[in-house]
Write a protein that binds this ligand. Structure first.
Ligand code: BDR
Ligand code: CA
Length: 304
């Protein structure tokens, strides 16, 4: 089993990504770390704990991460995910609490202790990941890869040129792309194509408890219209691990615009090598949408 840490800001699409990861036989979720993103970190932490209760996986530790971006003021996305971040389903209160270590120290411990290199799946703003790499650079030796949902080859969903997870904390993304660790970027372009169509939602609804919960969340999820298809952004990062064949991937150089007065948080994906830099990331440039839908449904079917 591939050991992973999920760094997340649940988040409706985060909830489904976490569900799939927890029930995938190929993955071993060692730790969940939370970050301010879709909603504040108190809420994303509470949501992570509620999810683990729901999935009966409360033995997985949750560590609390950054409550704001490294430098910039924090803006949430509660207009998409609702006030709680996971509006639409009546979750039970968690019975567990976060561990006492903060996210960065917990990540460091898990990575250092692991016999096998750890994969970090980052599906929220990259604040915790950046802090980890800056404060404890020695962990890089035992990081297999950072698979991130974020960035864009084209335009944005937070600003004209910025995708939310990079746009919230561009400096953190910059630190990651300049860290030297192996990176896989599954960006907005993929998320816009990897849709769950209304007929899929109907199918999912009756699959199991998770399907029913997903359906209830989907009805409140404003990131996409229920009728024209829902964008399952964060699950696309899990799909990169479990079904890489659905993607077209290129090795390239990615940088993050920090100075732009209108374009800060833009991922500059240098497909043609204008910047004359060595490649630092694998970037998904296309996805087979039908295969994604099929994979997504099969994955939800494996949940409880
Ligand atoms: C990303 O932003 C968040 O709203 C989603 O959870 C996803 O991680 C998409 O841009
Ligand atoms: Ca997210």
């Amino acid at each position: 089993k591939r050991p992973i840490i999920i760094d997340t800001d649940p988040g409706i699409d985060d909830a489904l990504a976490i569900a799939i990861a927890l029930y995938a036989g190929e993955l071993d979720v060692k730790l969940i770390t939370t970050v301010a993103g879709n909603v504040g970190v108190d809420k994303t932490t509470y949501n992570a704990l509620r999810l683990l209760k729901f999935f009966e996986k409360e033995s997985i530790p949750v560590a609390v991460g950054a409550d704001k971006p490294l430098i910039r003021p924090y803006e949430d996305a509660s207009y998409i995910h609702g006030k709680s971040g996971m509006e639409g389903y009546d979750f039970e209160d968690p019975t567990c609490t976060p561990i006492t270590e903060n996210a960065v120290n917990a990540m460091r411990r898990i990575i250092t202790e692991s016999k096998e290199p750890i994969t970090i799946v980052a599906i929220g703003p990259l604040t915790n990941v950046a802090l980890l790499l800056k404060v404890y650079p020695e962990v890089k030796e035992n990081i297999k890869e950072v698979v991130m949902m974020g960035g864009s080859l084209s335009r944005g969903n937070m600003g004209v040129m910025s995708e939310f997870n990079v746009g919230v904390d561009p400096e953190a993304a910059y630190i990651l792309f300049h860290s030297g660790v192996d990176i896989a970027m599954v960006g907005l372009d993929i998320g816009l194509k990897a849709l769950v169509l209304p007929e899929d939602s109907e199918e999912i609804k009756t699959m199991n408890k998770t399907g029913e919960m997903a359906y209830c969340l989907f009805k409140k999820y404003r990131g996409g219209s229920f009728n024209t298809g829902l964008k399952m952004y964060d699950s696309t990062a899990i799909a990169y691990l479990l079904a890489p064949e659905i993607y077209e991937v290129v090795d390239t150089y990615v940088d993050v615009e920090l100075a732009g007065s209108m374009t800060a948080g833009c991922t500059v994906v240098d497909l043609k090598g204008y910047l004359k830099q060595s490649n630092n990331a694998k970037v998904c440039i296309d996805v087979d949408a039908d295969k994604f839908r099929k994979w997504f449904k099969e994955s939800i079917r494996k949940c409880n």
